[in-house]
Design a protein around this ligand. Structure first.
Ligand code: NAP
Length: 686
């Protein structure tokens, strides 16, 4: 390990690695107590860091399109994965076993890669990201509105907890970077050496625009006093610290976005149907033990409160104790160790203090709090402790067990009588990141989940059918929101591309359709169109413009067409086949053409068949049949290029076409977007 216990861990400020000028505070190895490094940021100018992010990082980031930024992230993620063994080596010094570190290191890098790919798939590669649909504001289509998202022009300050030095940093950095906003990362001092190592790797790759990523290894000084309404602060840590920071006058005065991910008293509920012989009981026991012992219980999502029906309480206690007995904490660098120490001796003291307070309401039924029983390691030097299981027999009337977070391998069993009582117990936590419900009974699942959802950011239902595929109670996933109401901080992170929007401003823009389309880069109804007598399917992306337009010839729909289509496809729904039955239907005046026949005829009308730059059709969006098509009606199509989305790393891009099928009275019979892949150049170039 390259850390020098005599040296201050560098911060990354204004394009340079700098060290604080004070004496520094020692950081100790979690397992053996050896000094690792010093933490100090005295003398670092935080105002300069903020200006550098805003004036250098922000503009550099915004020069790139969102897809270009996503591809940079992908390169970074792949390169980090190649160096993962080094991160694992350092991670041991935080007390993490290989399994614990996997969540932090590979889970973090995986989240980064997931965001890169998700952004390229789900967000068009435009300068402006559109939010929702066009809102027509006038009957004659001369005034409308569109919500747009643009990057905030300040800096995102990410303050992280000690328990996930890699994942915590990456899950926040990825959406911030994609949004086009620079980040200043402030990891918790205790494990900042691992975050520092990863950020140094990222910076050394020279892939990211200068100023897009800075690091504070230690105290954040006056940085939070300098913020304004273009900045964002995210905080992950204890509720006590978060509430203190959120109340800073600079944050309140400037309405600075402040996302808080705090601790919470997460629950796991065993439903009444899940008796001791059921698969759900077995899964529940496994999950509770896993949540108590992974990262030695130092997970914000860990199960702290275990709700069990009165009649299954004895069986559950016995099953949990039997499993916990086999887990002896030890040196996390050894393969056989299933649970490492807490991050520090001070953290163990904190946890013990909490356990001593909880004893007023709950009794310890497993775990010696005086004499740790270890498989290896030294409890004098590292924060080793045994898992502690408690039982609170009257949890409905208890208080501390629902509010005091022992941030270690500690959980409390709470027996309940009815399902309603279990729901009340979960809610006594005043808001959680996650709860899980173990049941194979649909009624119990519906009652419990509907009852507790308002108090949780995520609910995981475990049962025999998902036993092999479930991602578990404790794992936040990039595609699902992470956060929770009330006690959990009231914040939201992750949740797929939603997370990117936290770093952007949503603006409702109103104007004439043509002006709006110049702003948004998307054609909309009421805009001018261009018909230059060249079918738009003959144009490559280098020639095509939004508003390029073609109106087709007409085609009459006959009874033979309808019958042929019915025979050919097998769709003999009565409205197409039986005049009397069709008339009895409130929507039709007789037999009508199939909607899919209309769509097929439309394709026959607008497609330009010769080989050309249009490479493939990959679907339609928002298809609506608006007016019935009767025998004898004449159809024609207006096809207009609506949005062009070139792919950065491919020779083609997606084109979205507005497709309106109208009848002889100019009534729209079908409206939808046609989605195609179009070559950037034609003929195709190598
Ligand atoms: P913490 O003591 O609240 O510290 C969190 C972060 O805040 C650290 O980076 C800390 O830096 C910083 N900080 C503390 N005082 C500050 C101040 N006055 N100004 C600016 N920054 C300040 O929490 P922790 O002990 O690191 O982490 C454990 C807690 O985090 C647990 O309660 C856990 O439940 C919670 N957590 C929540 C989530 C979630 O997603 N909801 C995830 C992980 C952990 P220093 O280390 O330099 O003091």
């Amino acid at each position: 390990m390259q850390l020098n216990p005599e040296e201050v861990l560098p911060s990354r400020s204004c394009g340079e690695w700098v060290q604080g000028s004070g004496p520094g505070v020692q950081v100790l190895h979690s397992v053996n107590g050896n000094p690792l490094t010093l933490i100090d940021t005295a003398g670092i100018n935080f105002s300069d860091m903020r200006s550098y992010a805003r004036n250098t990082g922000g503009p550099a980031l915004r020069q790139h399109t969102l897809h270009e930024r996503a591809l940079m992230l992908k390169k970074v993620g792949l390169a980090l994965m190649e160096s993962k063994e080094l991160f694992y080596e350092y991670s041991t010094a935080t007390g993490a076993t290989r399994t614990d570190s996997w969540v932090d290191i590979e889970g973090g890098i995986g989240t980064l890669l997931n965001y890169s790919s998700r952004a390229r798939k789900e967000i068009p590669n435009n300068d402006v990201w559109l939010d929702g649909v066009v809102e027509p504001l006038s009957a004659d289509n001369t005034f409308s509105a569109q919500h747009i998202l643009t990057p905030l022009e300040g800096v995102a300050i990410h303050i992280n907890a000690y328990n996930f030095p890699c994942w915590g940093m990456l899950e926040k950095f990825a959406p911030t970077f994609l949004a086009g906003m620079p980040s200043i990362i402030k990891p918790a001092s205790q494990t900042a050496f691992l975050t520092h190592l990863m950020i140094r790797h990222i910076i050394d790759l020279e892939i990211l625009p200068e100023g897009s990523l800075q690091l504070v290894s230690g105290s954040i000084g006056d940085l939070l006093d300098l913020v304004d309404g273009q900045d964002v602060i995210t905080f992950t840590g204890s509720a006590a610290t978060g509430q203190k920071l959120r109340a800073r006058s600079s944050i309140i005065k400037n309405s600075v976005r402040f996302t808080m991910e705090a601790d919470s008293l997460n629950s796991a509920v065993l439903a009444p149907d899940a008796g001791p012989d059921s698969k759900e009981f077995e899964l529940f026991v496994r999950e509770v033990v896993r949540e108590m012992t992974v990262k030695a219980g130092q997970k914000c999502t860990a199960i702290r409160r275990v709700m069990v029906p009165n009649q299954h309480c004895d069986a559950l206690q016995n099953a949990l104790i039997e499993k916990l007995r086999s887990i002896k904490p030890g040196d996390p660098s050894l393969k056989e160790t299933r649970m490492g120490p807490l991050v520090s001796l001070a953290q163990r003291t904190d946890v013990m203090h909490c356990v001593n307070e909880l004893v007023a309401e709950a009794r310890i039924i497993f775990g010696d709090t005086n004499q740790p029983d270890l498989s290896s390691g030294d409890a004098e030097l590292g924060g080793f402790m045994n898992p502690v299981l408690m039982l609170c027999e009257n949890a409905t009337d208890a208080k501390r067990v629902h509010e005091l977070e022992a941030f270690g391998p500690v959980a409390t069993i709470m027996p309940y009588g009815s399902v309603d009582e279990a729901i009340e117990l979960v809610k006594l936590g005043q808001g959680s990141l996650v709860s899980s419900v173990f049941t194979h009974d649909q009624k119990n699942a519906a009652q419990l989940v509907r009852g507790i959802a308002s108090a949780n950011g995520r609910v995981m239902i475990g049962n025999r059918l998902s036993a092999k595929t479930s991602t578990g109670h404790g794992s936040p996933l990039p595609m699902l929101i992470h956060g929770g109401p009330g006690r959990a901080g009231g914040g939201e992170e992750l949740g797929g591309v939603r997370a990117i929007k936290h770093y952007m401003q949503r603006t409702a823009v109103q104007g004439t359709p043509t002006i709006l389309s110049a702003v948004t880069g998307q054609w909309q109804k009421g805009c001018s169109v261009r018909d230059d007598n060249r079918h738009p399917f003959r144009k490559s992306l280098s020639e095509l413009q939004i508003g390029d337009h073609v109106v087709t010839q007409s085609r009459q729909v006959t009874l033979e067409d309808i019958e042929h289509f019915a025979d050919f496809t097998g769709d003999k729904f009565y409205a197409h086949m039986d005049d009397e039955a069709a008339r009895a239907n409130p929507f039709f005046d007789g037999r009508v053409a199939h909607g899919y026949l209309v769509v097929s005829f439309a394709a026959g009308l607008f497609v330009d068949p010769e080989p050309g730059p249009v490479l493939a059709n990959f679907g339609v969006d928002s298809l609506r049949f608006l007016t019935p098509v009767n025998v004898g009606d004449s159809l024609k199509v207006a096809l207009t290029c609506k949005q062009i989305n070139p792919r950065v790393s491919e020779s083609y891009g997606e084109v979205r076409w507005d497709c309106s099928v109208v009848n002889q009275d100019a009534s729209v019979v079908a409206q939808y977007d046609v989605l195609t892949m179009v070559a950037k150049h034609w003929p195709l170039q190598d």
